[in-house]
Write a protein that binds this ligand. Structure first.
Ligand code: SF4
Length: 367
């Protein structure tokens, strides 16, 4: 029986604690603005992007490629000019994931790439906490996010003050934060984790009890797979909590050979219906290895498109739950980011140094 205690902001927040250190204003960039490149669909653009279209042919209709291709060509040229790299999360759309990204992966893979990247500029195609993580690991580099409104329901569910209240209530209990948290929260915890290493990180602390935040469902998943007592928070991913066990049972009833693979941010009854549960990287590896005839990936919808582009012989059944925050990142916004160098991610150096300790402790775990 998992040992789990769950808390939320209503039970903890008060005005009694000192306010968190305020964020400074955006730092001026040292780089100049570049001219906006031409964005017409021409025979030359068609020729020069043909090899990239081959990567997405299975998921992007030919009629849509003339819109994407000029941006793809311009962004790849701007990256060279800026000495920039693009880190793209698995939930990015296929034209970003397959045609302009230098590194793709889940939060852990991107955090690791960010720690060894050799470029002046990192453009983070993902949500804001991911860009903050890249900045935390690369304080001397310019980190850009093409839309600073790209948030996350998990990251928004908890503040640094909440962590301090938890520490005061559970004195001496170590705190693990999912990477889906702000820099301010990472600065207050002992170590970070992702969905691929959450159990390993919790057990690495050698404690009987661990505070695990902010995802209540990932906390339940960890509690079910460890003897450590878990005190959790009431956050949830607005995408994964929409899946239901009922809809998965209906898919299975229609095709008993269907394989179901789920992300641990899903509710427990959804996970019970799955043949495999793992991080987005784990799910992709599972499909590469098992090559199922038909599969449901119970996670954000674009990931099925990205794996489909690589494995056209696998049929993906898509209960399409999109992350509205991830979908804020588009090719035109990435282009603007590289032309105008916006929006630059800035973190108070004291907070960044504290947060770096938590992220590096995770990144270096069993490396
Ligand atoms: S899919 Fe969920 S966890 Fe990921 S960024 Fe969107 S809201 Fe956050």
């Amino acid at each position: 029986m998992p040992i789990l205690q769950e808390l939320g902001p209503q039970t903890l927040r008060s005005d009694a604690l000192p306010a968190a250190v305020p964020q400074p204003g955006a730092a001026p960039s040292q780089h100049r603005v570049l001219p906006v490149p031409p964005l017409e669909w021409t025979p030359q653009v068609e020729r020069e992007t043909a090899h990239l279209y081959e990567r997405v042919r299975a998921v992007i209709p030919a009629v849509e490629w003339p819109f994407f291709a000029p941006y793809v060509k311009a962004i790849n040229a701007l990256k060279r000019e800026r000495n920039a790299v693009i880190l793209a999360h698995n939930y990015q759309t296929p034209e970003i994931y397959n045609c302009v990204a230098d590194f793709v992966g889940d939060s852990l893979q991107l955090a690791r790439e960010a720690s060894k990247v050799d470029a002046d500029i990192i453009v983070q195609c993902g949500v804001h906490f991911m860009a903050e993580t890249s900045k935390i690991l690369n304080p001397e580099k310019t980190v850009l996010i093409p839309d600073r409104q790209a948030g996350c329901s998990l990251a928004a569910s908890i503040t640094g003050d909440d962590v301090r209240l938890l520490r005061a209530k559970f004195s001496g209990v170590p705190v693990v934060a999912y990477v889906n948290t702000s820099a301010e929260v990472k600065a207050e915890v002992d170590v970070c984790c992702t969905s691929s290493n959450a159990i390993e990180v919790v057990e690495s602390l050698g404690a009987d009890t661990v505070i695990f935040l902010p995802d209540r469902y990932l906390a339940k998943y960890v509690a079910a797979h460890t003897k450590v007592k878990i005190i959790s928070w009431q956050g949830a991913c607005e995408v994964h909590e929409r899946f239901t066990a009922d809809e998965l049972r209906q898919y299975r009833a229609g095709d008993p050979s269907l394989q179901i693979i789920a992300h641990p941010e899903c509710p427990p009854d959804v996970i019970e219906e799955a043949d495999y549960t793992g991080s987005t990287a784990g799910m992709i590896d599972w499909v590469r290895k098992h090559r199922p005839r038909r599969v449901v990936m119970v996670t954000e919808c674009s990931m099925a498109d990205n794996v489909q582009a690589e494995l056209p012989e696998v049929e993906f059944v898509r209960p399409c739950n999109l992350c509205p925050h991830m979908k804020r990142i588009t090719l035109p916004k990435i282009l603007d980011s590289l032309v105008y160098l916006r929006d630059e991610v800035v973190i108070d150096p004291a907070i960044a140094a504290q947060a770096r300790r938590s992220v590096e402790r995770m990144v270096n775990l069993k490396r």
